[in-house]
Design a protein around this ligand. Structure first.
Ligand SMILES: Cc1cc2nc3c(=O)[nH]c(=O)nc-3n(C[C@H](O)[C@H](O)[C@H](O)COP(=O)(O)OP(=O)(O)OC[C@H]3O[C@@H](n4cnc5c(N)ncnc54)[C@H](O)[C@@H]3O)c2cc1C
Length: 334
């Protein structure tokens, strides 16, 4: 059962920020994550601040300089279906359409998808784990098959969002509004590792709102893609995922941003893969080197070592899809 709380529906972002300054206030966007957490006692709320009446938070439109602005209250279904997103930012359209189920995508928003809380069963269950103010991460010696192989320390959650790795690959930013005004935060710096803060997943303060996501104009010739491996064909969170945004010039990778999902407490930028492919003409040998680089530094827990070959596989698959037909027939670089 849901606990009692005050429910307010401000009509402007500034009013919403004002409402959030009281202790125990929480933002409600689509509610698909928030209401489950409140019902299950994962955390409490004295006041729930609905964003639903703030029309300025909705919509997808070109922004200055050839980029795109997506209002935080835009649903995942709208993001996935947008011709602007599909044409210029395929990775985001693919990620949004791979998230959750059709019903959840119709209700869940892009802002909520970035700020959803972790899915770790100890965090969601009746356990006072480190993320809930306790002393230990129970996943370390417990049921850890879905947990992190990178970036864990005092906590081994994986970041649950599909759109986050895609947006980091696309070099997107979040506009954040709070009592002190606005700031624009690159999404690459938006998520925080447990070593920096074990009780929050983002740099947001409790009284700050993401108002919009800003994606820069894609560099000429950029191709982006999102691949997700899940345990079953129906809705499910990623066991591992891969977002790529690459520019190929004269057959060589000129630029690359490669981000893994489902394997770390934050979208995990794989600079090892980027270094292995930038400046190279992709072929089977380079792809194999990149796949090895992708798992360098990975540390498996007792039950999640399958994620290491899984990451290698998803990187191999994602990069192989970029190989030109002649190279795919066996030509090697240099
Ligand atoms: C069964 C199930 C399966 C799912 N599977 C997937 C999946 O495969 N992939 C995936 O990516 N997601 C998945 N999800 C998560 C789902 O996509 C998110 O619940 C949804 O995107 C959250 O959006 P919302 O608008 O409903 O957020 P809400 O539930 O309203 O909010 C979620 C959190 O974000 C905060 N918040 C919301 N909007 C803002 C904002 N603008 N600024 C600051 N904070 C904000 C809220 O306070 C809350 O803490 C699944 C969820 C369920 C229930």
């Amino acid at each position: 059962m849901l606990p009692h709380f005050t429910y307010v529906r401000p009509e402007s972002v500034s009013d919403a920020v004002r409402q959030l300054t009281s202790r125990g206030a929480r933002i409600h966007a689509g509610g698909t994550d928030l209401l489950g957490c409140l019902r299950d006692g994962v955390f409490t709320a004295d006041k729930v601040v609905s964003l639903s009446r703030i029309d300025s938070l909705r919509g997808i439109a070109p922004s200055g300089g050839g980029g795109l602005r997506i209002g935080a209250l835009t649903t995942l279904a709208a993001v996935a279906a947008s011709p602007l997103v599909r044409e210029q930012y395929a990775a985001l359209a693919q990620a949004a359409s791979a998230a959750a189920s059709p019903q959840l995508r119709n209700q869940g928003t892009i802002g909520g998808n970035l700020c959803q809380r972790p899915r770790c069963w100890y965090f969601r269950g009746q356990f006072r784990c480190a993320r809930k103010g306790g002393d230990a991460c129970f996943a370390v010696s417990g049921e850890n098959q879905y947990h992190a192989i990178f970036g864990g320390s005092s906590c081994f959650i994986v970041h649950p969002s599909d759109t986050a790795p895609a947006l980091v690959a696309l070099n997107a930013q979040a506009r954040v509004v709070g009592p002190a005004g606005e700031r624009v935060v690159p999404l690459e710096q938006f998520f925080v590792l447990p070593a920096a803060s074990v009780e929050k997943e983002t740099v947001l303060e409790p009284n700050e709102i993401i108002s919009e996501v800003l994606i820069p104009a894609p560099p000429a010739g950029q191709k982006s893609a999102y691949r997700k491996v899940r345990g079953r064909g129906a809705w499910d969170f990623a066991l591992a995922s891969l977002a790529t945004a690459v520019v190929v010039t004269a057959g060589r990778i000129a630029q690359a941003r490669v981000v893994l999902g489902g394997v770390a407490p934050i979208p995990w930028r794989s600079e090892g893969v980027e270094k292995a492919i930038v400046g190279r003409r992709l072929d089977a040998k380079i792809v194999a080197q990149a796949a090895e680089a992708a798992v360098k530094g990975a540390t498996a827990l007792e039950k999640n070592d399958y994620k290491i070959p899984l990451v290698k596989g998803i990187v191999t698959e994602g990069l192989t899809a970029l190989i030109e037909p002649a190279a795919a027939k066996g030509r090697t670089d240099e």
